[in-house]
Design a binder for this molecule. Structure first.
Ligand SMILES: [Zn+2]
Length: 94
């Protein structure tokens, strides 16, 4: 875990309910597989008892779900920087 990584996402922390998915890219509510657009639908990070979680909004049922976020920080930031993220614009990137 890199402290720099954690600092760079502090402004992306949100407090929402999100169900954990074992399938990482698959919505646990409706089974929607979001592998090819996972980070574009990422709406922030949240601390939990299991560590940092990345929050995703399903683009089919619009429910929130989450998976472990630590390893996903660089991919999330890159997605935002490229203007691909649905919730954050590039100029808001770290
Ligand atoms: Zn869904």
């Amino acid at each position: 875990m890199e402290n720099e990584d954690l600092k760079s996402i502090s402004k992306y922390k949100i407090e929402v309910y999100a169900k954990y998915t074992k399938g990482v890219y698959v919505c646990p509510h409706c089974g929607n597989d979001m592998l090819d657009r996972f980070y574009s639908n990422a709406k922030g990070f949240k601390d939990s008892h299991f560590g940092l979680m990345l929050i995703i909004e399903c683009d089919k049922c619009f429910e929130n779900f989450c998976s472990h976020g630590i390893g996903q920080i660089p991919y999330f930031l890159e997605n935002v920087a490229k203007g691909k993220n649905k919730f954050f614009k590039p100029d808001e990137a770290a």
